[in-house]
Design a protein around this ligand. Structure first.
Ligand code: ASP
Ligand code: MG
Length: 430
């Protein structure tokens, strides 16, 4: 029987200094001792990527995107080589490979490349020689073996994507994402003391949580896992404790409840006051933002009033300055009265497959916020999520109130109908 193949990914905080790198090496050695073949994907050490970005910003406001990607890729080269040396020091055979050496090719877009293909020959050859293969995450080359191939990076948090893509391509038996938290929780345990770790969560629920601010894993990596059926295990690199499995959840219907809450402080609200109410205006506002890669989330347009209307929407707070610059031009062209912005807002979301087709959840959410005296400024929904925009100052109150209202501290009930009187079962469609 061939040895099981395990892909492990270690994030920046797990590799922040020499001690931690040695600790990660010991963890890998333990897995190795059970007889597994190992491919290990690494992020850059600690805040290295931010530091490299700051270095570039010290030189110029607009660094060339090609040069920037080569610079950023060095962060993962550092951690990969150092981890390989740490394994050698334990007497284990290991080799570090850059993304290109690992055979990862991309669509060539600097700073936000997508993985196009993985040619696993080199990795397989090294594994066959008994080596632990360390792969620098977050990068690939723009074309397979062409002389003009360029190093491209996959976007922030991209080593999660590297890990899941390698697990899919290599047909790994397990894909483990080691991080600085123990797994996925019903809410941020720093805010809710009795937040509960979930043993398992469905891909779709995880995507919604990640998209709404739960920062455990990169959204794209979860998507990739879903499409390829890779079961992803999120677990702590600092303690030996069971993590959370992200997988197709067979009990999703039976759980039939809110699985978790996500919140996001990194939100800013933009309001365009008295925009002309005629065709093409929304396009004129949102097309240039989309072109600049700025994600617009909640959009509310009021009913028109004497040929004008107010248009509000949210964007990531970190994009506010850029969005303002872009919209200033649009203001002049369209001639609306003014643009106001507010970055003291936040979003809170309830997520769960059970939310689907169950109006009771929205009512209970709004009721809990009302009781907690939290004002709702905007609302959006997806099939399995309801999100409210509120004042940032109210955020912790809101998260605690919702956690309590949906009884998220209670473990899952897997028997259909058994808990038909709990608040979480109340909204079951009958
Ligand atoms: N080092 C990169 C970042 O900080 C990629 C990663 O950590 O996944 O975004
Ligand atoms: Mg990360």
């Amino acid at each position: 029987m061939p040895a099981p193949l395990v892909v492990q990914k270690f994030g920046g905080s797990s590799l922040a200094d020499a001690d931690r790198i040695r600790r990660v090496a010991r963890r890998i050695a333990r897995e190795r001792a059970t007889g597994s073949d190992l491919v290990v994907v690494v992020s850059a050490m600690g805040d290295t990527t931010d530091e490299l970005l700051a270095l570039a910003a010290g030189i110029t406001d607009e660094p060339d995107s090609r040069e920037l990607d080569v610079l950023l890729a060095t962060g993962e080269h550092q951690s990969a080589t150092l981890l390989s040396m740490a394994l050698h020091a334990l007497g284990l055979p290991a080799i570090s490979l850059s993304g290109p050496q690992a055979g990862i090719t991309t669509d060539g877009r600097y700073g936000r490349a997508r993985i196009a293909d993985i040619e696993p020959r080199r990795m397989r050859a090294e594994l066959e020689q008994g080596k632990i293969v360390i792969v620098a995450g977050f990068q690939g080359m723009s074309e397979a073996s062409a002389a003009d191939a360029e190093i491209t990076t996959l976007g922030r948090g991209g080593s999660d994507t590297t890990a899941v893509a390698l697990a899919a391509r290599l047909g790994a038996d397990r894909c483990q994402i080691f991080t600085d938290v123990r797994g996925i929780f019903t809410a941020d345990p720093r805010i809710v003391t009795d937040a509960r770790q979930l043993p398992v969560i469905g891909y779709e629920e995880m995507l919604e949580l990640a998209g709404q601010g739960a920062q455990v894993m990169q959204t794209r990596a979860v998507e990739l896992g879903w499409v390829n059926g890779v079961v992803i295990e999120v677990l702590s690199s600092f303690e030996d404790a069971p993590g959370t499995l992200i997988e197709e959840d067979p009990f999703v219907e039976q759980r039939n409840k809110v699985r978790g809450l996500a919140h996001d402080r990194n939100v800013a609200k933009v309001t365009l006051v008295e925009v002309p109410d005629r065709p093409g205006v929304a396009h004129a506002v949102f097309a240039p933002l989309a072109e600049a890669g700025i994600n617009v989330d909640m959009i509310v347009q009021n009913v028109g009033h004497r040929g004008a209307t107010d248009l509000s929407f949210t964007i990531p707070e970190v994009e506010l300055a850029r969005a303002k610059r872009i919209l200033d031009r649009v203001v002049r062209e369209l001639g609306f009265r003014e643009m106001t912005t507010d970055s003291s807002v936040a979003k809170v979301s309830i997520v769960g497959a059970g939310v689907q087709n169950a109006p009771g959840y929205a009512a209970r959410m709004f009721g809990a916020l009302a009781t907690a005296k939290v004002n709702i400024e905007m609302i959006t929904t997806s099939e399995i999520r309801i999100t409210c925009m509120i004042a940032e100052d109210d955020l912790e109150t809101a998260v605690r109130a919702l956690h309590e209202a949906f009884e998220l501290e209670k473990p899952d009930e897997l028997t259909v109908g058994a808990s038909a009187d709990g608040p979480n079962a109340g909204a079951v469609a009958s």
